[in-house]
Design a protein around this ligand. Structure first.
Ligand SMILES: [Zn+2]
Ligand SMILES: [Zn+2]
Length: 674
């Protein structure tokens, strides 16, 4: 019998695949996939802000082609908590639903993002640095490496054949303020590695990045020389800088206030984890006015000129509680990210117009330190790791190119400058590109990930309109432009949750940017812009009821006059009929109090009769509660020849039928006219 011939063949080493979907050729939205024998893991999942597009939408990596390639990551590992590394997780991860591994700070920040999107967080797994973990054939380990946010890590990826060091973002900081300096021995012990996938951001720069400790000393010295109030702007995530500023303020007899939601969130999460322990107590922004100027220091977001951030609002005198004045100083403890120069220039102009002094990195380089390695650090680090090959990521082409040159000067192979979508193969022959996926630009619109080129009207029209948003907008024209008065009077029904804070911020910016004094033009322009904002921020496009009114009419004899009423707790316990009659009386007396407003009184009488009618009293809820809600719900503002009834959000589900009745009635009566 013929025996099958035994073939003795050298065993083929299975290749390791790398697939960067973001962060190559750009700074922002990092996402790299690693595949080995049909198992895939993802490292980081970031976003970037498209300042070049109207409204500055978020862009996230295009992961659409993964499914057709049979790729679904079995694990997502996060190197650190910066937006360009975690910002897209809440958008892209729901398709994968795999475990997410992160250190406590990054996990805390992710948890806040998941809560905003109502995602469950059970897949988030907190891991301490240096603890090994596994996914399929991958043995993994997060190693501490200094950067500009605590708990930054590199990731060691080991398969039976390859050892890869994915650096994440890093620098070698001998004095990081928070956490320990990088330990050379930890990395020397790993040498030699087969491949480094490394941060290219500062590869064109000779020398060594500045330490956070140095910046802290410079800031303290600078602060000592400032007279009036001081605002320092830096990246919200740079906790070491924020800590340095807190300490410098305390030593200079200044109290600290934080401005900007992202900064407040970052500090809250960090404090919860025990960071910033010696940070001085914060002064609420509302109390700043009580402090002498030389005792004030504000740390604000907005160093990149973002129009919605705290610093832009201050520069344009649009902050409700705090105003900058001549003699104050704004310190930029940050660097301009390429592409933001124009916006930052505008910010400088606005500040200069106020007579505010500006100190920035260009003249005072020691006020900021980059979080990325310059050439000397690259040489030191690669000296420890002794990599055979380099794949330069995290940077634009020129950064990647400079990175390959540094590597080659050290005898490290660097044959490729990867582009997003490159399916890269590492095998015995080294690195090669197997194919290039065609990627689309994907942005967040309508609370969903969408291709950028789909932003056309027809596509939007097809989505249809859902729900309604009623907005009553009392405005006044001031020297600086249109300004909103009072709190936001917004009534949302049958549509997705709306973030009132960010809407209000956006609205204020939009109003300030309107270049017309004509109220009809204001209405027209607002209508289309609010519609656009709603389309971009809600899952559906709601029907908008916009009631704009100028408040000049409300000022009688130069004195603002307030209308309105409220019920004390005890009075809410009276029967509905009594309360309703009180409302009725209030309305009548208000309507009659100025003879010029008689034309409106009939409208108010109709309104009151509606209030006292069966429809209210026969509500299924307790009568007194219905009536109490009615009183809080309705605020009548009288003007010379019209009336506007503002409907704040309903207090409870039961109120909706009544509110709808009122809205219908208002529309019938054309009450909501200016
Ligand atoms: Zn980064
Ligand atoms: Zn970073």
């Amino acid at each position: 019998m013929l025996k099958p011939r035994v073939q003795v063949r050298q065993r083929q080493r299975p290749p390791l695949h790398l697939l960067p979907l973001g962060g190559c050729g750009e700074i922002g939205m990092n996402l790299t996939l690693y595949g080995y024998q049909d198992h895939w893991i993802a490292v980081d999942c970031g976003m970037m802000i498209r300042q070049d597009l109207p409204e500055g939408p978020l862009q996230v990596p295009d992961t659409e082609s993964l499914a057709s390639l049979g790729i679904c990551p079995e694990m997502l590992v996060i190197t650190h908590g910066h937006e360009d590394h975690i910002g897209a997780v809440a958008w892209l991860w729901p398709k994968w639903r795999c475990p997410i591994i992160a250190t406590p700070l990054a996990a805390g920040l992710l948890r806040a993002k998941f809560a905003e999107r109502e995602l469950e967080t059970s897949s988030l797994q907190i891991i301490e640095v240096d603890e090994g973990f596994e996914s399929g054939p991958f043995a993994l380990r997060l190693l501490p490496l200094t950067h500009s946010i605590p708990e930054s890590c590199s990731l060691l990826i080991v398969t039976p054949e390859y050892r890869v060091m994915h650096t994440g973002d890093w620098k070698l900081d001998p004095e990081p303020l928070i956490g320990e300096p990088t330990d050379p021995e930890r990395y020397q012990a790993l040498a030699p590695v087969d491949l480094v996938v490394g941060d290219s951001t500062n590869a064109p720069l000779p020398g060594h990045s500045r330490s956070e400790g140095e910046v802290a000393r410079a800031l303290e010295k600078t602060l000592a020389g400032c007279r009036g109030r001081v605002v320092v702007t830096c990246f919200a995530s740079n906790l070491a800088r924020i800590l340095a500023l807190g300490r410098a303020a305390a030593r200079n007899g200044r109290r600290v206030t934080l401005l900007g939601r992202s900064m407040e969130r970052m500090v809250r999460v960090a404090r919860g984890l025990g960071y910033l322990e010696d940070f001085p107590p914060l002064v609420p922004v509302k109390d700043l006015g009580y402090l002498p100027p030389e005792e004030v220091m504000v740390i604000a977001t907005g160093s990149q000129g973002e129009p919605r951030a705290a610093l832009s609002r201050l520069a344009n005198s649009r902050h409700p509680d705090f105003e900058l004045a001549a003699g104050d100083t704004v310190i930029f403890s940050s660097k301009a990210i390429p592409g933001n120069e124009l916006a930052i220039g505008k910010l400088h102009n606005a500040l200069t117009r106020l007579g505010v002094g500006i100190m920035e990195e260009k003249q005072f380089p020691d006020l900021h330190a980059s979080g990325h390695p310059a050439q000397e650090e690259l040489r030191t680090f690669y000296g420890w790791l002794k990599p055979t090959r380099l794949l330069p990521v995290h940077g634009e082409y020129r950064h990647q190119l400079a990175h390959t040159q540094v590597a080659q000067s050290l005898g490290i192979e660097a044959p490729l400058i990867p582009v997003n979508g490159d399916v890269i193969r590492l095998d015995a022959q080294g690195l090669s590109v197997e194919k290039r996926l065609t990627l689309q630009e994907r942005i967040i619109e309508h609370d969903k990930v969408r291709p950028l080129d789909s932003m056309d009207r027809r596509a939007r029209a097809r989505l249809g309109r859902h729900g309604s948003v009623s907005l009553a907008l009392p405005l006044t024209l001031q020297e600086a432009g249109w300004v909103r008065i009072g709190r936001l009077m917004l009534d949302v029904s049958g549509t997705a949750r709306l973030d009132e804070d960010s809407f209000a911020e956006w609205l204020d910016d939009t109003l300030a940017g309107l270049e017309t004094t004509d109220i009809d033009t204001v209405k027209q322009q607002l209508n289309s812009r609010i519609n656009r904002w709603l389309r971009n921020h809600l899952r559906h496009e709601p029907v908008l009821f916009l009631h704009v009114m100028t408040m000049g009419d409300l000022f009688f004899g130069g004195r603002p006059r307030r209308f309105g009423w409220s019920l004390t707790r005890s009075s809410t316990e009276r029967p509905a009929s009594i309360i309703a009659s009180r409302i009725s009386a209030s309305l009548r007396s208000l309507a009659i109090s100025s003879s010029r407003r008689c034309s409106s009184s009939s409208a108010f009488c109709s309104m009151t009769s509606l209030m006292t009618s069966e429809s209210l009293c026969s509500c299924s809820m307790d009568n007194w509660r219905a009536a109490a809600r009615a009183t809080f719900l309705l605020r009548a503002i009288f003007s010379r020849d019209s009336a506007v009834i503002l409907l704040p959000p309903p207090c409870g589900r039961n109120w909706n039928p009544m509110r709808d009745t009122i809205v219908d009635w208002m529309l019938q009566q054309s009450i909501s006219l200016n």
